[in-house]
Design a protein around this ligand. Structure first.
Ligand SMILES: [Cu+2]
Length: 121
């Protein structure tokens, strides 16, 4: 009887410790969130600077029509649907400059709808 109680307590303490560890790890890995608006015919901002190795979440919104966000060199893309938030999670692994563009035809200025993602050390 006494032994069972001790085992129960030990298990409880371990569970609390794990919970605390999980919370700590979660805070450690928290990503910076950057908002990007896609509208005819521009991304705001159209230049995004990220730090090498820093995990970020890009959050996209559009208000007019379905847009696309595509960084071909990083093989990353998403549709941006009005009324929804589109998210891309990324951790830059290489310093450089990467062009991005809208890849859903959205009107007359679509071809000029682009920007640049810059990764610095
Ligand atoms: Cu477009």
């Amino acid at each position: 009887m006494k032994t069972e109680r001790r085992q129960f307590l030990t298990a409880g303490t371990a569970a609390v410790a794990l919970l605390a560890l999980g919370r700590w790890a979660g805070a450690e890995a928290q990503e910076r969130v950057l908002s990007v608006v896609a509208r005819k015919f521009v991304f705001l901002p159209n230049e995004i600077t990220l730090k090498l190795g820093e995990p970020v979440i890009l959050e996209f919104t559009a208000f007019e029509v379905v847009m696309g966000f595509n960084i071909p060199a990083l093989k990353l893309r998403t549709d941006i649907v009005p009324g929804q938030i589109a998210r891309l999670r990324l951790t830059p692994a290489q310093v450089g400059s990467y062009d991005f563009l809208c890849d859903n035809f959205c009107g007359d200025g679509h071809e000029d709808m682009n920007g640049r993602l810059i990764v610095v050390a």
